[in-house]
Design a protein around this ligand. Sequence first.
Ligand code: IVH
Length: 679
Amino acid sequence: MNLFEDIERNEKQELLNLRRELETANRQYYVDNAPTMSDREFDEKMHRLEELEKRYPQMNDPLSPTRHVGSDLAEKGNNKAFEQVTHRYPMLSLANTYSEADIQDWLHHLPSDVEIVCELKYDGLSISLWYENGTLTKAVTRGDGQKGDNVLRNIQTIRSIPQHIDNAPAFLEMRGEVLLPWENFERINREREEQEESLFANPRNAASGTLKLLDSNEVARRGLTCYLYYMLGEHLPGQTHYERLQTARNNWGFPISDAIRVCHSINEVMDFIHQWDTRRKELPVATDGIVLKVNHLHQQEELGYTAKTPRWAIAYKFPAEKQLTRLEKITYQVGRTGVITPVANLQPVQLSGTMVSRATLHNEDFVRQLGLSEGDMVWVEKGGEIIPKITGVERGEGEMAAKDYTFVSVCPECGTPLVRVEGEAAWRCPNDKTCPPQLCGKMVHFVSRKAMNIDGLGEETIDLFYTKGMLHNVADIYALNRDDIAVIPGFGTKSADKILAGVEVSKSVPWHRVLFALGIRMVGETTAKKIARRYRSVDELQWATREQLMSIDDVGEQIADNIIAWFEDMDNLEMVMRLRQAGVQFADHENVEKVEDNPVLQGMSIVISGTFNLHSRDEYKEMIERYGGKNVGSVSKKTSFILAGENMGPEKRKKAEELGVELKSEEEFLVMVNGRPEA
Ligand code: IVH
């Protein structure tokens, strides 16, 4: 084989690998909301794939990621809860570049009289708002660009989006970006940390996860926001993009950003780019670049579209901020669950407007892979992510990567020898009885919102009370003394009363939340609910066998073993006893027998569709399960009936008609399970 054949074979293999990698990255980004590839890397790989596809047209594949936009339509899970809608106009993506030279090149190829509108590129999720005769009727996600999910009820939690507009054309579509402001993103991550839930990597992922939630109250609580940047429809006002955006803002009150400029020269464009690369750091939301659009609509039309992007627009993306600095020391941090994280202590550097002096090194393997040792010069990056990352190490010629790296062997907090479970990346401190961060971690979890929800007792207060010897385990919370709290500087009687009132209220928290609050490993909120539904009190649960536990949905071998081990521990039993004496609920007092004796929905598969007035969708879901039925996502011939609310999805309705599946209203359903047609 000659050299050229060899290169060709390698490049074709590379092309195939890139397609697979980019498909995976698309799924992780859009569906799982858990990206593993940086935007930069993604864009670079995409450009390389485009180049290779041009070189080898015989490898053409209409399904290549270069030919379609990533899809946020999930095939499974809660997505079924949203109606799928076909876009009136496909939702395209934008050509993008990190190079200013490419931008200048793009501008050079446009007609000389062109006007360019420069806008910020908001880093959220695109949304398409449909106004039919002036009323907001649908809010559709990009989906796969052809069809998306109608997330109207979640979009309606954003107050700046008008529900009605006056003097509007028969059909108007406004496109824009849904975002979670930095402030809310940080608050939600703080809460998730308390709950030991996985953190959102950046506001975009958080916004995406939020938009697909079924519970609109939770969506409202998270606080999404929106900027609109594109108008579509027929018989629209104005001859230019800029005019349309101004009309949208001034006549109809749409949230349109002020950071827009009509530019007449390359210099003006470059000026806008440079100005906003700095100013964007003061904005309440994430941006990742500048979008350039040809202003005149007739010129846009002349330029037209490729399969994936308009030719009349391009995005310039800001480079992620990166700095080279010295790794001074590797220290170790003990998390609230006992996980030990190596931390890079850095010579402080300025990154994205903040001073960075620490970065996570994740785990032992990460440090080994980079061959890091103290004194190395490392690259730190802070993209959209909150926690700075070490992305590489810079070695001078002849400088060698460290060969040996020994992870710390005892817990830096309590001195206990560490353990590493096979197959896990993390080292842990096994001393969950007396290791301070673990003790406090359990208490923080206990008081958190979804557990006992004790107002006034947060992470900092718990740490403080612990160091003062007032708290050692969760039962001590019910023995807190007003005077002891009041004398602590910064507290006083008012704060003391507030804390004690919160403690008092927590005594009426229902059993399933108490069970979650106990912090048995792997028993999350939902699992606790399911367990508590089967075992109506701690006395019953305590004696459950492994097999009995494993017959509960969601409970596998490991969880069953964790529960059994938890109740075999004398300290835990003593703690339960003290909590019980304090008045905490360890049993369900509702009349539940009636339900279990009379599982009227036993063996039925029920689909929920539409919106409801008497109960939330989640409540109906719970009722179905409580009465022995199964809530399923899609209509099939096995479906027993559809619990149909208002605005039921047309596709479900059609399918139900075809298969002859019965529809029941919420009143009919309530009569069936409750004997009464009301909430
Ligand atoms: S215009 C046909 N303008 O960036 C043109 N898009 O990477 C439609 N984006 O899918 C897009 N800010 O979600 C436009 N000012 C802006 C934008 C913007 C953010 C998003 C949008 C698009 C993506 C492309």
